[in-house]
Design a protein around this ligand. Structure first.
Ligand code: DX5
Ligand code: ZN
Length: 208
């Protein structure tokens, strides 16, 4: 199972050093949460921050767009150095167009799905996606409790498309990761459980 620490829980005054620290600590991907204050009731950062962080790690940058208009901004995040881009099926833009933009840039495309959305919403796109991001909390904030019932979506997706990597995001920690693994999750995002730990390497090793 790959671990993607989310810098949402990092020290924002030292983001470059935090990215280097989780890279050294064994992160597989670096997860960057982009929020627009509209799709979710919170704001984070944009493509300039992704570009500024890019030289601090060679690990894949996994950019999670929690924004209403991914089509307007996806190009800027690709230019900034995103390797994997996920956006929400609940966003306002045409999912096919966003997937195509990501693939035209030669990067990996993921569709993210909120807890209240049925898994059927992403099924028409499975054949073209590089991964699916199943939210195990309501998007917008770190530090929330894991919603174990969302693992049902992981099982359903694995039954439909066994080789398609599934990422989960929200509430992943030492207690919740085993159930995720058993459900077939391939990539776990982890914010608080890594960045609130005294030893990032130990926190990542424990999740693995
Ligand atoms: C939530 C974000 C998550 C968040 C996870 O909207 O998408 O990536 O950082 O944080 P934890 O691991 O603290 O639940
Ligand atoms: Zn995220």
């Amino acid at each position: 199972m790959l671990i993607a620490p989310s810098i949402l829980a990092a020290d924002f005054a030292a983001l470059g050093a935090e990215v280097e620290a989780v890279d050294r600590a064994g992160a597989d991907w670096i997860h960057l949460d982009v929020m627009d204050g509209h799709f979710v009731p919170n704001l984070t950062f944009g493509p300039d921050t992704v570009r500024a962080l890019r030289p601090h790690s060679k690990k894949p940058f996994d950019v999670h767009l929690m924004i209403s208009h991914p089509l307007s901004y996806v190009g800027a995040f690709l230019d900034a150095g995103a390797d994997c881009v996920s956006f929400h099926i609940e966003a306002d833009d045409d999912a096919q167009e966003v997937i195509d933009r990501i693939h035209q840039a030669g990067r990996r495309a993921g569709l993210a799905i909120k807890p209240a959305t049925p898994v059927e919403a992403v099924v028409p796109y499975l054949g073209q996606l590089d991964f699916v991001l199943v939210m195990t909390v309501e998007p917008g904030f770190g530090g929330q409790a894991f919603r174990a019932e969302q693992l049902e979506k992981v099982r359903a997706l694995k039954a439909l498309s066994p080789a398609l990597p599934i990422e989960i995001d929200g509430g992943v920690n030492e207690q919740t990761a085993p159930a995720a693994k058993a459900a077939g999750v391939d990539i776990c995002v982890a914010g608080s459980s890594v960045f609130r730990a005294a030893d990032y390497a130990q926190a990542i090793a424990v999740l693995k």
